[in-house]
Ligand binder design. Structure first.
Ligand code: KE4
Length: 430
């Protein structure tokens, strides 16, 4: 296991002196799997190397963006072509129009879109728009869903908040979250009851249509359809946070896979090809309320950045032209089945599932339908398994509350290497 040593002082010690935890995003600290983090040196295809020269099969893939793997030629060529023309203009560019047209073409619920720089900006702006369009303040989210770190969403969120046990982050004023209601995922009756009492106060229901920030929790049959019906009946908007599921569950995201079209959609990750991009879009009548065509303010120095749109367009163009989703789904299915079987073989409780190229494993017998159930899984065993895999050159997400990812360059050989290491690591973790 690397300490990222360079000279006498480790890279981690150096970084910890000048950055909280030595990282720029908490989940990179590996705190929840009891390891010290490694530092990335380079990535190539499905592989990532640390600064000590160890290489790992990468199932984190920058937390989702790298669906073509690291340094895919299509993305690298697009970036190289743009670099010589400059890195930012602060003006509109054709690359933004091309990316926006692509999102409108591929995502069922998007008629018009605004590009931003992160998923957090996308969901924060979508919430502001939903509140402006309805004249209402309240928003319903589901425990375990993570929508980035904007104040209104930092209540019992998933991902880093859940991992670090920060159900209500300090610094978030009561006023910012008093209009945020929380219910368990997959419980339509409780949504029905809440809206029966106060549905006319809600601007929106916000959710990850497939939860990827509590492991992987798919919607129960009828859940998404039911939310669409309830929101429509009460004049609230349905907002899908597809920052993670977008272009991962299918080419049109979870909304295309399940056939449920939200009023607004937040995107990120894959659409930037590894560069910082987010987007929010939806019904034209809603989006036209955004400045400068309407009064709802939102802005960003680097929004639609030409490097980011070059990488995003190259990645999405490749996905459109090659449609890898059947292969991704097949790999995910074999990976999850093989991992669950190996863990059970060693007497460990295990369950898992996948949707498209996202997958999740839990150390518990029964399938997981909510964050509350996800938290009942054995996180200690997860930590032992994660460390045992890392020693064998397999990098799974360093948290039981994150989804795993795949790329189009994870092939049969990588699957065999992975399952062989999984069987050994399961024996070690038992
Ligand atoms: P960003 O601001 O990190 O680009 O996106 C926030 C966000 C919004 N919505 C969903 C569904 C998300 O999953 C995310 C961010 N996901 C985490 C991983 N679970 C990012 C990794 C990290 O926090 O370092």
């Amino acid at each position: 296991m690397t300490e990222g040593r360079t000279g006498t002082e480790s890279l981690l010690d150096r970084s910890r002196k000048v950055m909280p935890g030595g990282v720029n995003s908490p989940v990179r600290s590996f705190a929840s799997v009891g390891s010290e983090p490694f530092f990335a040196q380079k990535g190539e295809g499905p592989w990532i190397w640390d600064t000590e020269g160890n290489r790992y099969l990468d199932y984190v893939l920058s937390w989702g963006p790298l669906i073509l793997g690291h340094a895919h030629p299509a993305v690298v060529e697009a970036l190289e072509a743009q670099l010589s023309r400059g890195t930012s203009y602060g003006l509109a560019t054709e690359g933004e129009a091309e990316l926006a047209e692509r999102l409108v073409r591929l995502v069922p619920g998007i008629e018009m879109v605004r590009l931003v720089n992160s998923g957090t900006e996308a969901t924060m702006s979508a919430l502001r728009l939903a509140r402006a369009a309805t004249g209402r303040d309240r928003v319903l989210k589901f425990t375990g869903c993570f929508h980035g770190h904007a104040d209104p969403f930092l209540v019992a969120a998933g991902s880093g908040v859940a991992t670090l046990g920060l159900p209500n982050s300090p610094g978030v004023p009561e006023g910012a979250v008093e209009t945020t209601a929380l219910l368990p995922f997959n419980d339509l009756d409780q949504v029905e009851e809440l809206f029966r009492e106060s549905g006319d106060q809600f601007a929106a229901v916000f959710l990850e249509p497939v939860m990827g920030n509590a492991g992987l929790i798919p919607p129960e049959p009828g859940f998404l359809e039911g939310l669409g019906e309830i929101t429509e009946r009460h004049g609230a908007l349905l907002v899908f946070d597809e920052v993670m599921t977008g272009f991962r569950v299918s080419l049109g995201g979870a909304q295309a896979h399940y056939g449920v079209t939200p009023d607004l959609t937040a995107l990120g990750k894959v659409i930037g090809g590894g560069l910082p991009v987010g987007a929010f879009g939806g019904r034209r009548d809603l989006m036209e309320r955004m400045a400068p065509t309407g009064p709802v303010y939102q802005a960003g120095t680097l929004s639609g950045n030409p490097l980011a749109t070059a990488a995003g367009n190259a990645q999405l163009r490749w996905l459109e032209e090659n449609d890898p989703y059947a292969d991704l789904d097949a790999y995910a299915s074999k990976l999850v089945e093989g991992t669950v079987a190996a863990l059970r073989q060693e007497g460990l409780p295990a369950t898992g599932t996948h949707r498209g190229s996202m997958w999740g494993i839990y150390f518990r017998e029964e399938p997981v339908r909510s964050f509350e159930e996800a938290k009942e899984a054995d996180t200690e065993a997860f930590g032992r398994f994660h460390r045992a895999l890392l020693k064998r050159g397999i990098f799974f997400a360093p948290s039981p509350f994150e989804a795993g990812f795949l790329s189009v360059v994870h092939g049969a050989e990588e699957l065999e290497i992975t399952l062989s290491a999984v069987r050994e690591a399961a024996a070690e973790a038992a």
